[in-house]
Design a protein around this ligand. Structure first.
Ligand SMILES: [Zn+2]
Length: 494
């Protein structure tokens, strides 16, 4: 490797220093930079393109299922936030406040939204008069600010982050449950079908649900370092928000009733999970579904073969483009093929086509998979089909590797020592019967910084509240030995 390419390449190791490695991949693959203020990042075009890929998929599904996009102000009057005391309590230490406009002190301070229930709900109340106005389904794509004093980790931990927040109101509890499951399904789908990451579904324990919610459901993804990422959440808010904000409606008999509400959100933490899950010591690895460039063609020429090779490459690029493939022909004169290979590897281009004089002569193309360097020679005539097929093969490789890791990393334990030992040694999830008492979680959390990230559910979906998966009738809590009525998944988490 030349000095220059060493400087460009990744120097940290994913297995030895995952934190440093991650920061290096994000910066060197051109996804984000650190902003001058601590806790903020600048998302570069290649990073933003990943967010747009997630957005495009989800936004389409939202709209197919009755959701309308809207936009509410980023500032929320303090008195609005206080109408929902649970939200205030839940977010108080993390709220950023505006106290001055120009040279004047504001009469009432304005919160920079940490989440928008308290500004959206009053309008939902205004817009809901009759049962015919329901269900009301709103979503906004925006950023929110939570002033956490933790170390910045692009896409995982930043004071301002991008997300979507959905807010809905329904005439019945069943309608609200149906909504909760619809959105959780869509979140699961975006992970599985777009990001190539399998997830676990379940609910958060009572003490860890969204402030004011009846139930918080979640999808959790396992990272290669053994920690869990909360991938997205979908909350059944019961009637607490509707009562606080007077979201009421006249039913068929003109009787006034209180609505049921939900909220649901997915943030760009999904990108953090994406980068962390698939990338390696050579740099970024992306599934073709989200890659800004899916295929790069690298011509390999000498002076006497240059024209023929280039022409051949151009015709391939044209065919792929016509097929809708995001293809780049890297015909830069000043860079040699080795440099280009490294650079496109670093940037996570899923499929590389190598074309030299031999390929031209044989009417062939060499395909190289980014994740494992597998090489395949395809016929020039068949190149469009071959590329389509291999982009799918690459997606499956990434998904299968992540699925295998998840499967291998759900373990069981019968005692606090075993829970802590297993998490200490392997990371991953430890599934145990649990009595439901938060004190039992605290006992583990204090010693190994692992917590209950998820509780599995049965009979999900449809229009009803979830039933937890029940252990055997006489099963006892793995921590305190009292009767266990539910399972809990312990893990360290981001
Ligand atoms: Zn217990």
């Amino acid at each position: 490797m030349s000095e220059e390419s060493q400087e460009l390449g990744i120097t940290e190791s994913k297995s030895h220093k995952p934190g440093e490695w991650y920061a290096e991949v994000v910066q060197k693959a051109g996804l984000a930079d650190y902003a001058p203020m601590g806790g903020f990042i600048v998302t570069k075009p290649r990073g933003y393109a990943l967010w747009e890929a997630v957005q495009d998929a989800l936004d389409g599904w939202f709209k197919q299922t009755g959701v309308d996009n809207c936009y509410f102000p980023m500032f929320i009057p303090e008195s609005f936030l206080e109408r929902e005391k649970d939200i205030v309590e839940g977010f108080d230490p993390e709220v950023a406040w505006v106290t001055q406009g120009g040279h004047d002190d504001l009469e009432e301070r304005l919160a920079v939204r940490p989440t928008s229930e308290s500004i959206i709900a009053p309008f939902m109340a205004d817009w809901t008069r009759s049962h015919r106005d329901l269900p009301l389904r709103l979503n906004q794509w925006c950023s929110v600010v939570r002033w956490e004093a933790t170390e910045t980790k692009p896409f995982f931990r930043t004071k301002e982050f991008m997300w979507q927040e959905g807010h809905t109101a329904h005439a019945t509890d069943e309608g609200a449950w149906e909504e909760v499951w619809t959105r959780l399904d869509q979140y699961e789908r975006v992970y599985e079908e777009v990001l190539a990451i399998p997830v676990l579904r379940g609910k958060k324990p009572e003490h860890d649900k969204f402030p004011g919610a009846d139930t918080t459901t979640t999808v959790e993804a396992l990272m290669p370092d053994g920690k869990s990422v909360q991938g997205a959440t979908s909350h059944h808010l019961g009637q607490s928000f509707a009562e606080a904000f007077e979201i009421t409606f006249a039913d068929e008999n003109e009787d006034e009733r209180t609505a049921y509400t939900t909220s649901w959100g997915l943030s760009w933490r999904a990108l953090g999970a994406l980068i962390m899950t698939h990338s390696d010591d050579q740099g970024l690895v992306l599934p073709p579904t989200v890659a800004p460039t899916q295929v790069v063609i690298v011509p390999i020429w000498q002076a006497d073969t240059k024209d023929a090779v280039l022409e051949y490459c151009q015709s391939i690029a044209a065919d792929l483009e016509a097929d809708g493939v995001r293809v780049d022909l890297d015909d830069r004169e000043q860079r040699n093929p080795g440099f280009k290979f490294n650079e496109h590897e670093l940037n996570g281009v899923p499929l590389r086509l190598e074309v030299g004089p031999n390929e031209v002569e044989d009417e062939a193309v060499t395909l190289v998979h980014r994740p494992d360097n597998a090489q395949i020679v395809a016929d020039r005539d068949e190149i469009v089909n071959a590329v389509d097929e291999h982009l799918e093969v690459i997606y499956d490789k990434l998904y299968d590797a992540a699925a295998e890791r998840l499967e291998e990393n759900v373990r069981t334990a019968d005692s606090p020592e075993e829970i802590m030992g297993t998490i200490g040694k392997h990371g991953g999830y430890v599934k145990v019967p649990w009595c439901g008492d938060q004190a039992c979680e605290e006992a583990i959390k204090e010693k190994v910084a692992a917590e209950i990230v998820m509780q599995p559910l049965t009979d999900e979906g449809g229009t009803s509240a979830p039933e937890p998966v029940r252990p055997d009738e006489d099963a006892s809590c793995a921590i305190c030995d009292e009767l266990a009525e539910e399972f809990a998944y312990f893990a360290k988490s981001y």
